[in-house]
Ligand binder design. Structure first.
Ligand SMILES: Nc1ncnc2c1ncn2[C@@H]1O[C@H](COP(=O)(O)OP(=O)(O)OP(=O)(O)O)[C@@H](O)[C@H]1O
Ligand SMILES: [Mg+2]
Length: 285
C-alpha cells in the first residue's frame, strides 16, 4: 500500500491504471476510519482491481461554528486499517493543492442540497459535491462507494453524477452499527458515556417506526409522532429534524404507499454532537 499526497501524482497514476485496463474502486472519507468505512473498502475490494481510499477533511463542507478544528485526525492508524483491508492506495491530498489561492469553482446540486441536513448545515452539500467532483477528476474511479448512513449525501451524489455525465458508478452500502444499534460515525468519539447511551434512542426510534410500519401504520405524521415521543424520553437528545420523504426527490410524503421507496431520516444533537440515522422502507436508495 502506498500513501499519495500529491495530486498530480495521483492523477498520473490513475490515468496509467485506467490505460492498463484496471477497474478502480474509490472510497472517499474524512479519515478517523471505523468499521463503517471498512465495509465500503470491503465492497470496493470485491468489485475492483485497484482500491483507492481518500482521506481529506474538507474544510468547505464545515459551517463556521462546526467542529473542523477538533475533527479527529490519525493518519497512522487510518493507514493500518486500510492496509488490513487490502487497500492499494491512500490519497491524502495537500490542502493547498485542493484549494489553492483564487479557488472559485463550485458544484451545486440545487434543491436536494437545501433540504434535511442542508437546511441546518448551510453550504454543507456544496462543499461535499465540490470536493467529490474534484476527487473523481483526480482518482478517475469506475466505482465510488458511499454509506447509506449519509442517505441524503448518496442521493445528491447520484443526482450530480447523472446530471453532469460523470463516469463513476455510485454504490450505496448499508449502515454499519455498533452492538447497541448506534450507527458508527467518526463523531461518536465526542460522546460522553452518558451521551453514548442516550444516543441509541435514534436507532430505537427507527426500530419503533419499522414495527409500526410492519403492523400497518402508513401515515407519516403518526410515524413521526411516535419517533418524537420516544426521543423525548432522553433529555440529552434534542431533535434537529425528523423527515419522511421520497428517496428520489427528498420531498415529504403524507403516507407511505406500497412500492414507493421512502427515507425516514433523523438528525439530533446529543449534547453538542450532531448525529444522523435513517431507515429506508419499500426499497433502497
Ligand atoms: N456507519 C456507517 N456505515 C456505513 N457507511 C458509513 C458509516 N459511517 C460513515 N459511512 C460512510 O463513510 C463515508 C465517509 O464518511 P465520513 O468520513 O464522513 O465518516 P463519518 O463516520 O460519516 O464521519 P462524520 O460522522 O464525522 O461525518 C461516507 O460515504 C459515509 O456515508
Ligand atoms: Mg460523515
Amino acid at each position: 500500500m502506498e500513501i499519495i499526497k500529491r495530486t498530480p501524482q495521483m492523477k498520473a497514476l490513475a490515468a496509467r491504471l485506467r490505460e492498463e485496463g484496471h477497474r478502480i474502486g474509490f472510497v472517499p472519507t474524512m479519515g478517523a476510519l471505523h468499521a463503517g468505512h471498512m465495509s465500503l473498502m470491503q465492497r470496493a475490494r470485491q468489485m475492483s482491481d485497484i482500491v483507492v481510499v481518500s482521506i481529506f477533511i474538507n474544510p468547505i463542507q464545515f459551517g463556521p461554528s462546526e467542529d473542523l478544528d477538533r475533527y479527529p485526525r490519525d493518519l497512522a492508524h487510518d493507514a493500518e486499517i486500510c492496509m488490513s483491508r487490502g487497500v492499494d492506495y491512500i490519497f491524502a491530498p495537500l490542502i493547498d493543492e485542493v484549494y489553492p489561492e483564487n479557488f472559485s469553482s463550485y458544484v451545486i446540486v440545487e434543491g436536494l442540497s437545501d433540504r434535511l441536513c442542508g437546511a441546518s448545515r448551510e453550504g454543507h452539500f456544496r462543499g461535499v459535491t465540490t470536493v467529490v467532483s474534484k476527487l473523481f477528476n483526480v482518482v478517475k474511479p469506475h466505482f465510488a462507494f458511499f454509506g447509506r448512513k449519509d442517505a441524503q449525501q448518496s442521493v445528491i451524489i447520484k443526482r450530480m453524477v447523472a446530471d453532469l455525465c460523470m463516469d463513476p458508478e455510485i454504490v450505496v452500502c448499508p449502515i454499519v452499527r455498533d452492538e447497541d444499534g448506534l450507527a458508527l460515525s467518526s463523531r461518536n468519539v465526542y460522546l460522553s458515556a452518558e451521551e453514548r447511551q442516550a444516543a441509541t434512542v435514534l436507532h430505537r426510534s427507527l426500530e419503533k417506526v419499522q414495527v409500526l410500519f410492519g403492523a400497518g401504520t402508513r401515515e407519516a405524521a403518526v410515524l413521526q409522532a411516535a419517533m418524537e415521543e420516544l426521543i423525548a424520553t432522553e433529555p440529552l437528545v434534542r431533535i434537529d429534524y425528523i423527515e419522511i420523504v421520497d428517496t428520489r426527490d427528498l420531498e415529504p410524503v403524507q403516507a407511505i404507499e406500497d412500492g414507493r421507496p421512502v427515507l425516514i431520516a433523523v438528525a439530533a444533537f446529543v449534547g453538542k454532537t450532531r448525529l444522523i440515522d435513517n431507515v429506508v422502507l419499500n426499497g433502497e436508495i
